[in-house]
Design a binder for this molecule. Structure first.
Ligand code: GLN
Length: 296
């Protein structure tokens, strides 16, 4: 027996998916449905409007419904499509890495501003060395290298799949020659004696006790990229210690920080002799990025 044919036009498929996603409390159901359909047809969203009466094949409908169901169960769009925009660039992502967030762009912008100040003219290629701790898909390090052709980046991550993904992203952005990604636990992954003008990190910073209460979408992301230990500060303590011995002068330590952690971060910085040189707020007005210069 041949399988039953499903007859749906693009417009009908979108209506069906939109009401399905709305029933499952997905925000922006129409936009998400369009995004998923465009992705599954390998087209852009405009195509859906100019071809709204086109009939989909049975396998196209099945494939689309399958992706919509994954989304309805809370799987983030970025894991379904395998990509995410960050700093105007496209990064490959998967469930082994945190999905880059818009607020992390403030961190990258702060580092770029610091570089413009200390190195207004481009330095010799590779002269400026930047270390990114917990690099994930490499989004922070690679966007820095993309926008400053004179920097050399080293990204470290404890998850080997993240390192593989970061290399892929380096290759599609054509920055492999100015990048190195190392697998390991922060300092253990680094060669002894290597120093940096900039150390940057968006470490896991959620307090362990809060993890069970995170929205379902975030619970699809790797726990290791979220869990900052009992007080949410575990990684900052390690990073400060590492930066204390690895940051050059002039040097910048730039950290993304969770809500309400600002005071603790300033105290930690002070304890390690760093000088607080700036705090940046995110789009929601939370103190999000903390900037320190090397001890004098
Ligand atoms: N560096 C990546 C990002 O900022 C991953 C961070 C993490 O895994 N905590 O998106």
């Amino acid at each position: 027996m041949t399988p039953k044919r499903i007859k749906l036009s693009i417009k009908e498929a979108l209506l069906e998916a939109t009401s399905f996603l709305r029933l499952r409390d997905v925000d922006h159901p129409r936009g998400e449905a369009e995004f998923i359909l465009a992705f599954s047809l390998k087209q852009d969203r405009i195509y859906l409007y100019s071809n709204s009466e086109r009939m989909l094949s049975t396998s196209q409908v099945e494939n689309f419904r399958n992706l919509v169901q994954r989304r309805a169960k809370g799987e983030p769009l970025a894991y379904i499509t395998g990509k995410k925009e960050f700093m105007g660039l496209t990064f490959q992502v998967n469930e082994n890495v945190l999905i880059p967030r818009p607020e992390t762009e403030h961190l990258v912008e702060a580092v770029l501003e610091w570089l413009d100040f200390y190195y207004p003219k481009s330095a010799t290629e590779g002269e400026i060395r930047i270390l990114d701790l917990g690099t994930g898909c490499g989004n922070i390090a690679l966007s820095l290298a993309y926008y400053r052709k004179d920097v050399y980046i080293i990204g470290v991550d404890i998850e080997s799949e993240a390192i593989r993904l970061a290399w892929k992203n380096a290759s599609s952005l054509e920055i492999e020659k100015r990048a190195k990604f190392m697998h390991g636990d922060y300092a253990d992954a680094l060669p002894t004696g290597s120093n940096f003008q900039v150390i940057v990190s968006n470490p896991p910073y959620i307090q362990r006790g809060e993890l069970p209460f995170l929205p379902p979408e975030i619970r699809h992301e790797p726990l290791r990229a979220l869990d900052g230990g009992p007080d949410g500060l575990r990684d900052y303590k390690t990073i400060m210690q590492l930066a204390h011995s690895r940051l050059l002068k002039p040097g910048l330590l730039a950290l993304e920080v969770g809500e309400g952690q600002g005071r603790a971060i300033l105290e930690l910085g002070d304890r390690w002799g760093f000088i607080s040189v700036g705090i940046k707020k995110d789009y929601a007005e939370h103190q999000r990025v903390f900037l320190f210069s090397s001890p004098t």
